[in-house]
Design a protein around this ligand. Structure first.
Ligand code: SF4
Ligand code: SF4
Length: 99
């Protein structure tokens, strides 16, 4: 029985620490589109649950733009699904021109 309590307590502690780690990361990091790498395939848009990204069509063609950076939790899901290395997580303080 003690073993069960230890396992449960460990799981709860792991969850709480993970929660604070994610919150800290969301405050310090944000997604960024790497210039000229995006093909506009929209895989990242479909993966993002926070609707941070949107497809725009301008002088350089169709590409992803970070429309709502304040919503980004820096989870990295969009970075993972992009096959063209067109997304990266950067420090919010170093935020460049996030088209
Ligand atoms: S950032 Fe990557 S996944 Fe998203 S539309 Fe562009 S190429 Fe596709
Ligand atoms: S890092 Fe996460 S929250 Fe931010 S745009 Fe990508 S999928 Fe959305």
């Amino acid at each position: 029985m003690n073993t069960l309590y230890i396992i449960l307590a460990s799981l709860i502690l792991f969850f709480i620490l993970g929660h604070f780690h994610r919150r800290k990361r969301a405050k310090s990091k944000v997604v960024h589109v790497v210039d000229n790498q995006c093909t506009g395939c929209k895989r990242c848009m479909k993966r993002c649950h926070h609707k941070v990204l949107d497809l725009v069509d301008d002088s350089i063609g169709a590409h992803i733009a970070v429309e709502y950076p304040e919503r980004c939790t820096a989870c990295g899901d969009c970075v993972t699904v992009c096959k063209f290395n067109a997304l990266e997580l950067i420090d919010r303080s170093n935020k460049r021109n996030n088209r």
